[in-house]
Ligand binder design. Sequence first.
Ligand code: FBP
Length: 549
Amino acid sequence: MEKSALQIARAAYQPKLPKALQGPVKVKEGAATQSIGNQAEIKALFPNTYGMPVVEFVPAESENQEAINVGIILSGGQAPGGHNVISGLYDGVKSLNRNSKLYGFLMGPGGLVDHKYVEFTDEFIDEYRNTGGFDIIGSGRTKLEKEAQFESGIQILRQLGIKALVIIGGDDSNTNACVLAEYYAAKQYGVQVIGCPKTIDGDLKNEQIETSFGFDTACKTYSELIGNIQRDCNSARKYWHFIKVMGRSASHIALECALQCQPNICLVSEEVEQKQMSLDDVVEYIAQAVCQRAADGNNFGTVVIPEGLIEFIPAIKVLIRQLNEVLTDPATGEPREFKSADEQIRFVLDNITAENRAVLESLPADVKRQLCLDRDPHGNVQVSLIETEKLLSAMVAKKLAQWKQEGKYTGKFSAQHHFFGYEGRCAAPSNYDADYCYSLGYNASRLISNGKTGYMSVIRNTTAPAAEWIAGGVPITMMMNIERRNGADKPVIRKALVELDGAPFKYFASKRDEWARQTCYVYPGPIQYFGPTEVCDQCTKTLALEQGK
Ligand code: FBP
């Protein structure tokens, strides 16, 4: 494979490890844990993996150095740093014993079920150190949740002598990792399952998990692009740029980009929901800012829109909840099958309430179609396909035209549209993500050698220099509660949405009026891999504010 000069230099980068993982370790156990909600139900569903203590690794004289075979799976959307989790795990198991083996299941959880795998070697791993993407083994969104899949999995695990499986994924995949850990423990199959917190969306975090990996690099990549657009915007002074950024549900990415770039407007879905705003309220809010800036002679600006916005507008949220329910077959829990798109739309219209039908009919035809038709494998509406940036700018243009007629607005409005998602998911990991991911993977090897199952690999204190990071594990059941999903109550890891009383949002809210009226753009520039630590090793503004840094 031909490589750029940066790739060659980057391949030689040695990610940093917490001091505690730089030699032999032993486990320091905390108190017994309980789930964040529905304790009795979760305990009954996970009798073998409920209540275990949080663990931390501390230096020891020596440690268990038995050779061990481990399998790894990449699950769900790509996130920068996945390759470093794998290389960290590889180095971790090899540091215990050179005869340890690491296998990668191909194209996501389906690789385990279908027995498709590769064995990693030094040469293979070296090709992918510190690179972005999940192409080392590929990823997929197959849900690992049925007994038949678990049983198929155990066959190949036994065949390869695999004693532990590491599943790298978001909240859904880690929930399923816990279900699998419980199943294998109940059956006494002797296979441990460890989860690893991944998603650019940043919504897999809690008291124990500071951030999901990939969030840092993806936000820095989008912020570079938004900064570039803002510089262009401030040079030509003739466009309003409507920029949608990924984040299926939570608005962490949009908020972080706003903290980094100071755009004129950033919408935060969680606030839209809390304030019970309608689509028209959102449009009015943007149009007013456009109007105010026009009064100052500034017919340009930037609007950052979180991908999940539409789902947080209360009336649309109710509609989507019912769409998810009616499009799921109650007998199988799987998405219903239809012969044609028209049949599916008819079925939807016939099976939703009159209120929801009215909301659906009020939306532009293409949005209505997307809501009715497009589903991800989890059966959810695919919000990433809804062009909210175009929808909003068209509605703002209409409102401004009306205000012009009424003599309330005299400016010019011309819009450009952007959607940043895939541009950032496979970026070469920042130093933060490269170090964090390598540590998560290496740490997983120690959870395994210490016999843990049903735990998530956790690295904390990451706003401090890497040497001071704290390594350990958190029982996955601790993060769970019962939620309604596609018409059924299910144990799931609670998704972390933007907290409106949290420091990142409060800081943004204290600044946004000034940013809306004036031109306060910041141009963060590209991620730097080599250079002074204040340029290369900074964490996200979200994490720094959360930790009072
Ligand atoms: P994960 O939570 O699985 O990491 O994926 C998140 C995400 O990148 C969202 O931001 C986005 O809505 C979605 O994946 C897009 O999914 P796909 O890659 O299937 O198009």
